[in-house]
Design a protein around this ligand. Sequence first.
Ligand SMILES: [Zn+2]
Length: 347
Amino acid sequence: MRRQVGVIPKLAQIAVAAVLLALPAVAIAADDSPPAPPSVRMVPGTIAIDSAAEEAVREALGDVEVALPPVEAYAITDVRFLGDHALVSVIGLSGLTPDRPWNLPDNGAWFGLVAIARLADGRWTGALEGTPDFTAIVERIPEHILDASAKLGLDPLRRPSLPASAYRFPWPDGTNMYYGSLGVHSNGFPSLVSGWMAVDMLSDGNTAAGHAPNQLLASAAGTITYRCAPRVGETSTAIKIGTQMYTHLLYSANLYVGRTVTQGETLGQLKSGTFSEVCGYASQGAGWFHVHWGFPGTSPFEAGGWSLNLSDSVWRRGNESRSANTWLRADPGVPARVYYFPRVMRR
Ligand SMILES: [Zn+2]
């Protein structure tokens, strides 16, 4: 959404000054229009929307109010239509190569949400999460379509800074998942998503052996604020809930942007076997499945009563330790530790 801004951001001031220096005096007097937004490149995503709506998304991404990482392009990975509004999941892409299409784990450098609204004249306007315009658009969505708690959970400016319980392991208590050989690795395109790391947790679903069933749980409460919906013919998805990102879930209509979950609530099943899709890929045995579990790259990462050292990739609890290629059990009754999330997560 374009607005008249009272204070021109510093970078824009510099840009304007540079233009003023370069232009003859007569041109200065003639041009008092606001500075053009930085150019935003859109590439095909996993779903298609009409060009007018896409243009509103592109304009919102060029909003100079919010500093996004310097990605090469953006793509739309999900749209949730709500009457004359829509919540659009957008991925920022880096490391693109002409010889192959992009995919989320290799190229995803930023994951976010744009709210768009259809105007009376049929045009669309949009705003990026974290801006007052985003708040305004989300607030105008009728309550019966999107309830107040969902609106709060979606909006970084209004999300309550409520204490959250400690992260739990995202699989059922008393069962084990196998800590993947990569140990701690990047959640997405490494040089830009430095604030996000990930581990792979696997199982073959052999519950008789104590292995976790194919049931992914929310490791913390929160609202789904990003989704990579699969391309036609594909079935895997990735979602972001607060400071957690879960990749390689089987797509389900129940995993929609704006859904709020409690800690330990079942999110769904993971995609088993080897596959290669836009929202993720895996190379694993036919009956095996795994979650690529992303979290804040702050050391250490604490979950399930264990503390993960991001430097040596070892989980530790008291005098116990678990390195990559070992099983890790989710134990019940882990004492809750309270975290306070900042109202706006910095990248
Ligand atoms: Zn992974």
